[in-house]
Design a protein around this ligand. Structure first.
Ligand SMILES: *Cc1c(COP(=O)(O)O)cnc(C)c1O
Length: 389
């Protein structure tokens, strides 16, 4: 079980991002954690080893990443997985047939697909509610409920869940609160501080930040919960290879720098869009016109680079998507480069059309993942893309 080095929790965020979980390599003094590209470890004698036996269970590169991200989230234990979905699938193995989970209705499309198309057949049941209203969470809880799962802000509609209220409900009802913190990253939001029991990420996104691997990571505070997740991680085996762990570790070193730059650009682009296209059509928690702006300021210290825009029609959406040059047309988000996408036909294509319509993911909605390029080039790109619209 990978536990944070206690002294790493004393440093501030930017320092933790660079140093937490890593010590110079004991064999050589190499300052960067090596990529321990190995499946097994030679044992000194029968029953004697250096703490490592087989790499599904433990790998030093992976452990450094797990400690690093755990320290960033203010947790005690981290668990890296082969993807965000692999992470969530493993977390769901904490539960058993008959258990019920209250889930945000506007979660990532792949999360909905995993629950609805696979895990339901294993006897888990899910109620999807609008978690913007804590009362709706409370009302959905039954005697079989074991967990509340929320994503805040959501993808792509940027809806927020009041984490303190959700944490309070989970505590009162004696159930787990699990939070997908992919969009905000621990730089802007740390759910464990609000009473969450598990925080998890698609580390493919902001944590790695360079669009060069796929991964997931979960962080918890409690030792007993950590032991159960460690057992699942080793038994089910959805673990990442050391190269991907190392790339993510390289990414988290600059998390503070990158998130500040994403946030600065996100604010500037959303303001430009609000002036050019109408504030009511631009969805960004940092805009004062966002219906939950006050809550955003309360539980987040910044808003990042994710912006959604209602273009009004699929044709207008397609026009913008076809014209941008700096914003590249692609799924995914959170990298240093700017991306633009069409949720209805890309990330949320796995959500049935009626459900998409009910949620508000229209065919005219576009989503921008604003990167860290020079702001003049980003706004110039959007300016030419919106011409005549
Ligand atoms: C991408 C994403 C996931 C899934 O993660 P993968 O690494 O693609 O498996 C889960 N939640 C959110 C919010 C995401 O953006």
């Amino acid at each position: 079980m990978t536990r944070v080095f206690d002294e790493d929790l004393d440093a501030r965020f930017g320092t933790r991002a660079i140093h937490a979980g890593q010590r110079p390599d004991p064999a050589t003094g190499a300052i960067m954690t090596p990529i321990y590209q190995t499946s097994t470890y030679v044992q000194d004698a029968l029953g004697e080893n250096k703490g490592y036996e087989y790499a599904r269970g433990k790998n030093p590169t992976r452990e450094a990443l797990e400690r690093n991200v755990a320290a960033l989230e203010g947790g005690r234990h981290g668990f890296a997985f082969s993807s965000g979905m692999g992470c969530l699938d493993s977390l769901m193995k904490l539960f058993k047939a008959g258990d019920h989970i209250v889930c945000g209705e506007n979660v990532y499309g792949g999360t909905f697909r995993l629950f609805d198309r696979i895990l339901r057949h294993f006897g888990l049941s899910f109620t999807f509610v609008d978690t913007r209203d804590p009362q709706l969470i409370e009302d959905a809880i039954t005697a079989s409920t074991v967990a509340i799962l929320v994503e805040t802000p959501t993808n792509p509609l940027m809806r927020l869940t009041d984490l303190a209220a959700a944490g309070d409900i989970a505590k009162r009802r004696g159930i787990l609160l699990m939070v997908d913190n992919t969009f905000a990253s621990p730089y802007f939001q740390r759910p464990l501080e609000f009473g969450a029991h598990v925080v998890y990420h698609s580390s493919t996104k902001y944590l790695n930040g360079h669009s060069d691997m796929v991964g997931g990571i979960a962080v918890v505070l409690e030792d007993s919960l950590a032991e159960r997740i460690q057992f699942i991680a080793n038994a089910a085996g959805a673990v990442p290879g050391p190269m991907d762990a190392w790339l993510t570790l390289r990414g988290t070193k600059t998390l503070a720098l990158r998130m500040r730059a994403h946030d600065e650009n996100g604010r500037r682009v959303s303001e430009w869009l609000a002036n050019r296209w109408g504030a009511e059509r631009v969805i960004y928690p940092g805009l004062p016109t966002h219906p939950q702006h006050a809550l955003a300021k309360k539980q987040m210290s910044g808003f990042g680079g994710m912006i959604s825009v209602e273009m009004g029609s699929k044709e207008k959406a397609a026009t913008v998507l076809g014209r941008t040059k700096v914003y590249a047309l692609a799924e995914s988000l959170g990298g240093v480069e700017s991306l633009i996408s069409h949720p209805a036909s890309m990330t949320h294509a796995s959500v049935p059309p009626e459900r998409r319509a009910a949620l508000g993911i229209s065919d005219g909605l576009i989503r921008l993942s604003t990167g860290v390029e020079d702001i003049e080039d980003l706004i110039g790109d959007l300016d030419q893309a919106f011409k005549g619209l």
